[in-house]
Design a protein around this ligand. Structure first.
Ligand SMILES: [Zn+2]
Length: 68
């Protein structure tokens, strides 16, 4: 069996780019709806949670963010 890593890398890069676009929009104060539940995604700051990131109210989307 041969694994095709090129395809995997492509998908990973695409989802990374998608996440980056979402992060950028939320940071700019734009409303982005969750792909799954259509609830707006909100920014969770390090002051609000030990796991900061971008999440919808149901939690089906979670993009973890690292704040320095
Ligand atoms: Zn959701």
């Amino acid at each position: 069996m041969k694994l095709d890593f090129s395809q995997l890398n492509k998908q990973t890069k695409k989802s990374f780019n998608d996440q980056h676009a979402v992060i950028k929009k939320v940071m700019q104060g734009k409303v982005v709806a969750c792909k799954h539940c259509q609830q707006p995604l909100t920014l969770i700051t390090p002051e609000q949670s030990e796991q900061p990131g971008i999440s919808c109210s149901k939690g089906c989307t979670f993009i973890s963010l690292e704040f320095n």
